[in-house]
Design a protein around this ligand. Sequence first.
Ligand code: HEC
Length: 202
Amino acid sequence: MGASPQGPAGSQPGAARAVGTNSPPAPAKRLMKTFKTYFLVMLFLFCGCDSSPSPLAQDRIETRAAGKDGWLQGSTHKQIDTIARHLRGNDLAMWEVGYRYGELFWSGSAGNWALAAYQIKKIRLTMELAIQRRPARAPSYANFFEDGLTELNTAIHAKDLDAFDRSFRQLTSACNACHAAEKLEFFRVQKPTSRSAPLGPR
Ligand code: HEC
């Protein structure tokens, strides 16, 4: 290799073609150049992939609409935020608590202790989940669990109607104490006068 003598360029008509195509001039230098080109192309491709990730994979995962007829739009994070908004904070929880408070009154007053115990359990669960969504209200709820629910639970388990009446009044005060503490005294909880659920006295 490299031993074939080369005539001066253009000395013969065939020689000019030979120089341009298959003669290996300075082979080591040429090899280096090829490697350099190869290296640069690989570097370009590698950096290209790294700095601008293909939008395909990411977009397919994060921006696919979800829910019936795709009502949840945007990235996965945006979709979770939307669901969180729909879960609401404390206000919807209070709506449920208001209903269960009424049912607690009617069931306890009628001596349906199993239903009364059920309502207390659900009031507590509803409030605990509300605390997870709005942790700033946790201390107010802690006071309520202590002042509002403890004696009522005892009365229900003892199936004691007088104790139930007494502790239901105490519960009502505890509801309003929190509303006052939260500067929401315009929500005045009071013993219900009619039953909202289509459930019998017993
Ligand atoms: C953490 C303290 C706290 C306790 C304890 C509490 N509430 Fe509330 N309540 C609130 C807040 C705060 C609101 C206003 C809604 C909101 O912004 O979350 C509210 C609102 C309400 C509403 C109005 C809901 C609406 O939007 O129409 C009712 C009904 C209600 N509470 C009932 C009760 C009853 C019944 C109890 C007791 C069994 C109770 N609450 C205990 C904090 C409390």
